[in-house]
Design a protein around this ligand. Structure first.
Ligand code: FO1
Length: 314
């Protein structure tokens, strides 16, 4: 069994490849919920939904989030009423949030609801929220830039401000007292390999590692010499999607393979990096991290499956 620590789009693409090289029941995705937001009274879990929609073939191929062949009638009407319409919820996608919110109100856990959603979408991989407790990624903006200041929720930073503002600090509200589910703890303990998906190390993997039980489980494996493999989300020092490179620099880390290796210091034994960054392999290995150089552009056919094979040691 293989456990994968996941953000949204990059992780979902990796899992599609992973599914080609091993049985679906051998895969457990542990997914970031720091991006979750309550809007219009609805609980939205973007990374969980991106993974379920991608694995079921229902993802919107243009945006990388939301459902394919979506319509936007509800949002259009909401905008006319003067409601909050900056976070786009498609008509079909709304059903997912209605379903989740109603079941949460009835006392079901996010883990149970996610399993029900995955089953309804025909997803065979175990999709496990990182926690059933609420953890909120909060972003402190640099007040010296653009006149923006103060702290905002992750989606306000990412969608409303289009991650176009310098960041001073990121914190994960609720993480210090949150627990993770027994399913996640067992997955991280029993997996042959734990893989850190090519997701944003700061805001996608950061919330997972901010949970004591997850960090401890990964770090224990590492100290026991059991494989923990990360895949760099950078190609040529740039994020494939989103602000990973900028966030790393803004928070004082290098937006490079070396920077990623240092970010995951004492957690990973292997880092898979892109060919475009091969000149960094020696410097990564000098940090005591085995460095594997390969093609990592998962928009190309077969690449995600090839990386999964390397990561899983198959
Ligand atoms: N991303 C956007 O850039 N704009 C949106 O309006 C938007 C809406 C949205 C609705 C549901 C959902 O599950 C995801 C959505 N996303 C949107 C993507 C999402 O906010 C981010 O890509 C992730 O949180 C980052 O991993």
């Amino acid at each position: 069994m293989f456990a994968v620590l996941c953000g949204g789009v990059g992780a979902a693409r990796f899992l599609l490849g992973a599914k080609e090289v091993c049985e679906a029941d051998q895969l457990k995705a542990v997914v970031n919920c720091g991006d979750d937001i309550v809007l219009h009274g609805l609980h939205i879990s973007p990374d969980i939904d991106t993974i379920i929609y991608t694995l079921s073939g229902e993802i919107n191929p243009i945006t990388g989030w939301g459902l394919r062949e979506e319509t936007w009638q509800a949002m259009g009407n909401l905008a006319k009423l003067g409601g909050k319409a900056w976070f786009n919820l498609g008509d079909k996608d709304l059903a997912t949030h209605l379903f989740r919110t109603e079941l949460l109100a009835q006392g079901a856990t996010l883990t149970q609801i996610t399993a029900a959603l995955a089953e309804a979408f025909g997803v065979e991989i175990a999709v496990l929220p990182m926690s059933d407790d609420r953890i909120e990624t909060r972003v402190l903006l640099d007040e010296t830039a653009l006149g923006e200041s103060g702290e905002v929720g992750f989606q306000e930073y990412f969608v409303k401000l289009q991650h176009n503002v310098p960041v001073k600090q990121v914190r994960f509200d609720g993480a210090s007292s949150a627990e993770t589910s027994p399913q996640v703890v067992t997955a991280l303990k029993e997996a042959e390999v734990v893989v850190i998906a090519p997701s944003n190390p700061v805001v996608s993997i950061g919330p997972l590692l901010a949970l004591e039980e997850i960090r401890q489980a990964v770090s224990k494996r590492f100290s026991q010499g059991r494989p923990v493999v990360a895949i760099s989300p950078l190609i040529g020092g740039r994020a494939v999607k989103g602000p990973a490179d900028r966030l790393l620099s803004e928070l004082g880390a290098e937006p490079s393979s070396v920077g990623i290796a240092k970010w995951y210091e004492d957690l990973i034994d292997t880092l898979i990096i892109d060919q475009a960054d091969s000149h960094e392999a020696e410097a990564v290995e000098a940090l005591g991290v085995r460095c594997v150089v390969t093609a990592t552009d998962m928009s190309q056919p077969g690449v995600a499956a090839d990386i999964a094979k390397l990561a899983f040691g198959l």
